[in-house]
Design a protein around this ligand. Structure first.
Ligand code: NAI
Ligand code: NA
Length: 397
């Protein structure tokens, strides 16, 4: 079967397994082109199959020689359905890691469940040398069933202040259009915090601690975003911002606990805005990203997912150049937040129209990045070639 891209707004309905291999390979090539670094040897990554979690895993494996366990929620081939991009990314990662003799184990399923935590702990004890040095928490999800009360919560991407209308990019129609973000009810705020806040991160650490699988000096980092003024309404002051504040609060609790017991550390890291499956569906965000790319590329300081995570790990978490703010957050978003960068983005934001957005933003770059997340738009992949789904269906992460 020949697989063509099909989009619906900011969602990709198809993805290309051969392209996924290229997507992963390019990130590995980047890491290999950089110096090796001293880092953790045994790592658990929650949300390992795409976006920032995948990039982190690639940096740690190919830059620091880490053995990794990945947890992700993905789907394989079902009939004529090709499976999810993260499924193919994970298979591509495995193949590459195996070639280098690096252990790469995957758990595909619900990270929020207690069963998943138990399964991972059992594996660490019996087959992974007994302990882990690092846990990366990089989940992006719209739904979570609380394992304690059994209630299923759904997150809402809404404002907490007032209704917000602003422009965004529709990648399907290739247009700039107005989107409106409604105001969340108190219930919706609470649910979003339940899904995207720190509760599950804390449950993971508690379970791993109880299981006796945390090493001396153990570290954990959860990924978050803050963003600049132009996105405050939708992000910082939105439901998602409320959830991220909960995550930050959790990092302080975990840090105290880990310091005391393991001489360990817990951090939240604020990352740069990038196109990922999660961010492409946030209203306003894709246009902001396209304008930001334009400015950062012109200044020679643009980073993709892999560059951003590699810098976080080599210079901050395992390096001597951490950028930490007064709220104890790691700030690899420091280049995005530079005053000169934001001034220029704001100036473009004031000027951008449905007629000129392709010219004045890095629309092409943002779109290519979005397509490549799904395995499309690589110049060295033959998209007219037949993909043998039956053969591919035999592969599992
Ligand atoms: P993504 O959508 O690319 O990755 C999400 C990961 O979570 C995938 O591996 C997916 O399989 C996994 N996942 C989702 N639900 C799951 C479940 N129930 N059980 C197990 N795995 C599950 O998203 P992205 O953008 O990499 O986001 C990761 C984190 O980075 C989020 O906390 C996000 O807020 C943060 N971040 C993202 C930024 C961006 O611009 N994309 C900027 C700054 C932070
Ligand atoms: Na991720």
């Amino acid at each position: 079967m020949v697989i063509k891209p099909r989009l619906k707004g900011g969602l990709a309905l198809t993805n290309h397994p051969i392209g996924a291999k290229e997507f992963v390979k390019r990130q590995i090539d980047y890491v290999k082109s950089q110096d090796k670094y001293e880092g953790p040897k045994k790592v658990l990554i929650i949300g390992s199959s795409s976006g920032y979690g995948l990039a982190t895993r690639i940096s740690l494996a190919f830059g620091a020689g880490a053995e990794t366990i990945g947890v992700a929620f993905e789907k394989g081939v079902e009939g004529k359905r090709v499976g999810s991009a993260g499924w193919w990314n994970t298979i591509a990662f495995n193949e590459a890691a195996e070639k280098e003799g690096l252990v790469s184990k995957n758990f595909i399923g619900d990270a929020f469940s207690m069963e998943m935590k138990d399964d991972v702990i059992k594996f660490i004890k019996e087959e992974f040398g007994g302990k882990i040095d690092l846990l990366i928490y990089s989940l992006a999800s719209g739904v979570r069933t609380d394992p304690i009360d059994g209630i299923t919560y759904r997150s809402a991407l809404k404002s907490t202040t007032k209704e917000i209308t602003g422009p965004t990019i529709n990648f399907e129609k290739e247009t700039m259009e107005e989107t409106t973000m409604g105001v969340a009810t108190p219930e919706e705020i609470k649910s979003t915090v339940k899904v995207m806040g720190g509760e599950d991160w804390k449950l993971w650490i508690e379970a791993l601690d109880k299981g006796g699988v945390l090493s001396e000096g153990f570290k954990t980092v959860a990924y978050s975003y803050l963003g600049p003024k132009v996105t405050y309404g939708i992000y910082k002051e939105g439901t998602i911002g409320a959830a991220k504040r909960d995550l930050e609060h959790t990092s302080d609790i975990l840090n105290d606990f880990l310091k005391e017991k393991y001489n360990g550390e817990a951090y939240v890291s604020l990352s740069k805005a990038l196109m990922t499956r999660a961010s492409a569906v946030i209203p306003i965000f894709p246009l902001y990203a396209a304008l930001l790319y334009k400015v950062m590329k012109e200044k020679g300081i643009h980073e993709g997912t892999i560059e951003q995570k590699h810098r976080l790990l080599t210079q901050m978490v395992y390096g001597n150049n951490p950028v930490i703010d007064e709220e104890r957050r790691l700030r690899p978003d420091n280049w995005e937040m530079r005053e000169d960068v934001q001034e220029e983005v704001e100036a473009l934001w004031d000027k951008v129209t449905p007629e000129n957005f392709k010219q004045i933003s890095d629309y092409a770059g943002a779109r290519a990045e979005f397509m490549q997340l799904n395995g499309f738009d690589f110049d060295n992949v033959d998209y007219d070639a037949d993909v043998d789904l039956d053969e591919l269906a035999k592969l599992v992460p």
